[in-house]
Design a protein around this ligand. Sequence first.
Ligand code: TXA
Ligand code: MG
Length: 349
Amino acid sequence: MLTKKWTVDNADPVKMNYPQLKEAAALLQQEEVVAFPTETVYGLGANALSDQAVLKIFEAKGRPGDNPLIVHITKKEQLTDLVDNLPEVAEELMQAFWPGPLTLVLKSRDGVSKYVTAGLDTLAVRMPDHPIALALMEVAGLPLAAPSANLSGKPSPTTAAHVDEDLDGKIAGIVDGGPTGVGLESTVVDCTTEIPVILRPGGVTKEQLEAVIGQIEVDPALTSQDQAPKSPGMKYTHYAPVAPVFLVEGGLDFLKETVLAAQKDGKKVGLLVTEETKAELGEAGDVMIACGTRSDLSTVATNLYDALRAFNSTDVDIIFSETFPNTGVGAAIMNRLDKAAGHKIISER
Ligand code: TXA
Ligand code: MG
């Protein structure tokens, strides 16, 4: 299949690139699959109301059929056709964080495609905060089911080039709106329980959610490997480059020792570190990729997936990553790193 590509102006897509948006929207109306930027990561969109279109998403990504999709909307009124019961907390969260990187799991209405919900009686929805995502949905006049636009198991795409790498020839089109901002996926919150539960940490932090609704729980499966996660997608290995990743917990000397030991074993070592660690380490390992600064962890979030992908164009045998505090945006970063590492941690203690 020929994958059409459009470059669209981020600031004013409708005014600057209406013909391009119209073409992409027409493909979506014809049940085709089109990738587009959101503020978190690129999404792989299809008409959320069409079984045929939604099935093409699973096919293109190689996504397991039991992993439900997020439906993206542009206005709250669209919820009437999608969900049954809007609890007060959901209203408060939408008010505070939409449009933005927050996905709400709500009771789904009969009639929503069973492929979107993977047969669950709940539906995940969000209103993205990205001018191109919103404009594309407006022009198409459709809610879009959209997972991250990567092959299943690969890091999510934060540029159109990442999408191209994974899905060229497999989808109808890619709307290039430049790099995404947040860099990690939305926070997923289950609002169907008495106390809402974070199923996936992401762009909106637990602390920010608590400030609006008070009590919120975290799915115990996020911190314990003995529990089945409530969000089906969280059980799969994800975000993984080709070389195995290990998280290294400890001081700078410990990191250096770990690197030297692996090199002594004949391994080419990749290092995933912050700017600060890079400066402190000087020369170390075979390939060092700096990913943001410790003084503002949102920069690490923005660059993390690009850094993980970048190791695939090197010849490293093993990747060591530094770790981050498990609070604020650090919680989402650690969640993704832990998955990329398949929970492999080397600890000083
Ligand atoms: O930022 C994002 O959320 C991006 C952009 C494109 O919007 N999308 C994204 O979609 O990350 P995806 O499919 O890669 O991740 C969706 C997550 C999965 O872990 C899935 O299992 C979970 O949301 N999910 C979807 N529907 C659910 C439901 N009804 N109940 C529980 N979890 C659900
Ligand atoms: Mg994904």
